[in-house]
Design a protein around this ligand. Structure first.
Ligand code: GLN
Length: 491
């Protein structure tokens, strides 16, 4: 292992200490990451755009800030940003041809907050087109390979941010989770992924997929790094009216290591046909470990769980069909010229959107059309309330609920591309939290066939501190996340 790989192997928290004690500079840390990205990412595909010049300028500024004794938690920390987050100094494409080359006029609020803290932006990370997918294979530009086994998918839609953190190509990263797109790829890549409560993090400057479900959150190698990142990006934003005015707790201070006496629910609804035995075994072992740590394991019922997937696939496409109407060749990105305005719209959208995005627009337009609106969209909203009520009742009895993050480990590239339904099933355990608006964290809990398995911890709205505390206590007793994929050591 070269010294550079030692730097890129550090957690963000350890990098912070190293920067503050002048063990290394932000410039050295950034160069180590850029060098590693240069060596490994042609193969992995986790970045769509590497921001080398921006990163070097930011690193130099961070070094000055550290020398002045003015460092914030993210000063000099190298970060990857999912390419659905607007950045003024890099293209933002949502991995879609329709936005190829698009330069946003402003930063997303989460980007601005990290920038103000002096973070270093390594680049824009790959994703399924407009965050629609579970394997990153819907990216219009290239797939991402799983760092644990390059013939397998990294999960999606935030496959790039997940793979980058797992492979040591970013210290932490930001993704978005509409139906599982942070937790599921975090699970497939063996890193920590947190979907905050709907409203905890501003969505301003996030290219919208389904506005009532989308939420931005961190990928990290440890729970502590995830807590530190959430702290930096969360909080009220006047530019997002759905962002919550609630004060932020100190998320890192909540990581006490003590979960004795906490009540943790387990729901039988979180087992499905086709669940891999290796996943079930690892998750069962993790639950036993939580009991050994003093938690009280309690059975809970979430009877409407089985309706979450079908209601999501009405709600999310419906909102997507409205949100994506703006890409018509007039204001943003691709414009295919044609004799009439109508043909310009048709050809721009026809050539600019990929197959899955078109499928969602058609599903959503159908669900919203007159005659079907009540039967589909309104009905789905009613069922959504029932799903939320299941959780509300459970919170009267437990502090958190644990479940597998996904029913399987990462599947081979190409295995599900011909069968959208199989692809959609990859999110069967993550979607209920989005429908209910509650937070969830995915934490590594073992391996099956050499690929990472992940435990999902769900909590009541705005109880991120609680689920992070449980995840951290578990991680300390079972440090799966300290295992690194082979390429970390051998390249
Ligand atoms: N896989 C789900 C979908 O395709 C979730 C995506 C997401 O969370 N962005 O819609």
């Amino acid at each position: 292992m070269s010294p550079r790989d030692e730097l890129t192997g550090l957690t963000a928290t350890a990098a912070r200490r190293g920067l503050d004690t002048n063990e290394f500079s932000a410039t050295e840390l950034t160069e180590a990451y850029l060098d590693r990205i240069g060596r490994l990412d042609d193969d992995l595909g986790s970045y769509l755009h590497v921001m080398a010049d921006v990163a070097r300028t930011q690193a130099a500024a961070a070094d000055r800030r550290i020398a002045d004794g003015d460092a914030a938690p993210f000063t000099g920390i190298p970060v990857a940003l999912k390419d659905v987050l607007c950045t003024v100094d890099a293209p933002t494409t949502a991995a879609s041809r329709i936005l190829e080359g698009f330069r946003p006029p402003c930063d997303a609020t989460v980007v601005r907050r990290l920038r103000e803290q002096g973070a270093v932006f390594l680049g824009k990370a790959n994703t399924d087109e407009f965050a629609m997918g579970s394997s990153n294979e819907n990216s219009a530009f290239k797939p991402v390979r799983n760092p644990w086994d390059r013939d397998h998918v990294p999960g999606g839609s935030s496959g790039g941010p997940a793979a980058a953190v797992a492979a040591g190509l970013a210290a932490v990263s930001l993704g978005s989770d509409t139906g599982g797109s942070i937790r599921q790829p975090a699970g497939f890549c063996g890193v920590v992924g947190l979907k905050p409560t709907y409203g905890r993090v501003s969505r301003f400057g996030l290219l919208a997929f389904a506005s009532s479900l989308d939420q931005i959150g961190p990928f990290a190698r440890t729970v502590e790094d995830a807590a530190m990142t959430l702290q930096a990006i969360a909080g009220h934003d006047p530019l997002d009216s759905t962002s919550s005015p609630l004060p932020l707790p100190d998320f890192r201070a909540a990581l006490s290591g003590d979960i004795a006496g906490m009540k943790i629910g387990v729901a039988k609804e979180y087992t499905v046909d086709g669940m891999e035995p290796g996943v079930a075994a690892a998750v069962d072992a993790a639950i036993r470990r939580l009991a050994e740590l003093g938690a009280d394991i309690v059975d809970v019922e979430l009877p409407h769980t089985k309706y979450a997937l079908p209601t999501y696939y009405i709600t999310a496409p419906a909102e997507a069909s409205a949100n994506l109407a703006r890409y018509d060749g007039v204001k943003y990105g691709l414009a295919v010229e044609a004799p009439t305005l109508r043909e310009t719209y048709e050809r721009t959208r026809g050539e600019g959107f990929g197959a899955e995005v078109k499928r969602r627009i058609m599903l959503g337009t159908y669900a919203l059309s007159s005659g079907y609106y009540d039967a589909y969209y309104v009905k789905a909203q009613k069922v959504r309330t029932l799903i939320r009520q299941d959780f509300d009742e459970a919170w009267e009895r437990v502090d958190a609920i644990v479940a597998p993050t996904s029913p399987t480990v990462a599947f081979p590239l190409g295995a599900r591309t011909d069968d959208p339904y199989q692809m959609y099933l990859a999110d069967v355990f993550t979607i209920p939290a989005n429908m209910a608006g509650i937070p969830g964290v995915a934490v590594p809990c073992g391996f099956s066939d050499g690929l990472p398995v992940s435990l999902q911890i769900l909590g009541p709205s705005f109880a991120e501190a609680t689920i992070l505390r449980i995840a951290h206590a578990y991680e300390r007793s079972e440090p799966w996340s300290s295992r690194q994929p082979e390429l970390m050591a051998s390249n």
